[in-house]
Design a protein around this ligand. Structure first.
Ligand SMILES: Nc1ncnc2c1ncn2[C@@H]1O[C@H](COP(=O)(O)OP(=O)(O)O)[C@@H](O)[C@H]1O
Ligand SMILES: [Mg+2]
Length: 254
């Protein structure tokens, strides 16, 4: 089998704030097309790891490789949906989707056409002229995700995108995200504190320990796709959940 370059490699990346370590030296690799989730206690360094991967934050040590190229400390190479990724309230849905271009090089007619097509393909076609205040929380998160997709990057970092949504809306969003991913072929690195969500979405789950965060467990989710809600009671899912909760809460494995 020919060796393939992973989409993303993080090599021993670490980061401290004011001399206090927040992210312990962390190494991971994500294959092209893979969906990998990161779970861990609040404040353990998950968003810090994303900031490092995105190039917005320089690690104190280590490297970030995208398609084999060193992009450490170089923003712009990945699609990043921040934990508090707010829509611009004075811009329409279409205006928000093209915001990346607006802030960097100016929006072209082609940007608008592409954004409209993207919205059309992913269920937002009827909302192009709406303003964020007129949308539900779920719809706003869809717009924020399409805005991330519109940057054209094929690695998406999604930091707790559904964290503020109610359980019912969240289920719909999870299915929608998997559809979007299937259609775009994106590679996804996803942060969540919801273990069921991580199992439902992921090919692989990385579990981080408390600050300074390090990856303390890693498990493959061997469930077929497309995923269905009924899979939550599959022995594979039940065992994965037991193991992750035991790791997170320090309970002895049952
Ligand atoms: N810019 C910063 N300056 C100082 N401390 C920070 C900064 N960013 C994050 N931290 C601290 O680093 C730790 C990890 O933060 P974060 O990566 O946001 O955690 P998580 O996303 O896992 O909840 C936390 O204790 C947080 O308060
Ligand atoms: Mg965070």
């Amino acid at each position: 089998m020919a060796a393939t370059t992973p989409k993303l490699v993080v090599e021993g990346a670490s980061r401290a704030f004011d001399g206090a370590p927040a992210l312990a030296p962390t190494t991971l690799a994500v294959a092209a097309g893979e969906f990998v989730s990161l779970v861990g206690p609040s404040g353990c360094g998950k968003s810090t790891l994303f900031n490092v991967v995105s190039g917005l934050l320089e690690p104190d040590a280590g490297r970030v490789l995208l398609d084999g190229a060193d992009v450490t400390g170089r923003p712009g190479a990945v699609g990043y949906m921040l934990q508090k990724d707010l829509l611009a309230p004075w811009r329409t849905v279409l205006g928000n989707i093209v915001l990346g271009a607006a802030l960097t090089r100016g929006v072209t007619a082609a940007d608008r056409a592409e954004a409209a097509a993207l919205a059309e393909r992913h269920g937002l076609g009827g909302y192009l002229d709406h303003y964020p205040h007129a949308l539900s929380g779920g719809m706003r998160q869809r717009v924020a995700l399409l805005r991330t997709l519109a940057t054209g990057r094929d690695l998406l970092l999604l930091d707790e995108p559904f964290g503020a949504l109610d359980a019912q809306t969240r289920l719909g969003m999870q299915r929608w995200l998997l559809e979007v991913r299937d259609q775009t072929g994106s590679t996804v690195l996803f942060i969540t504190h919801d273990v069921d969500e991580a199992i439902f979405l992921s090919d692989r789950i990385l579990v981080m320990g408390p600050r300074p965060g390090a990856i303390v467990d890693e498990l493959a989710v061997d469930l077929p796709r497309p995923r269905t809600l009924a899979m939550a009671t599959d022995p594979t899912a039940v065992e994965a959940k037991r193991r992750i909760l035991a790791t997170l809460h320090g309970e002895a494995a049952a």
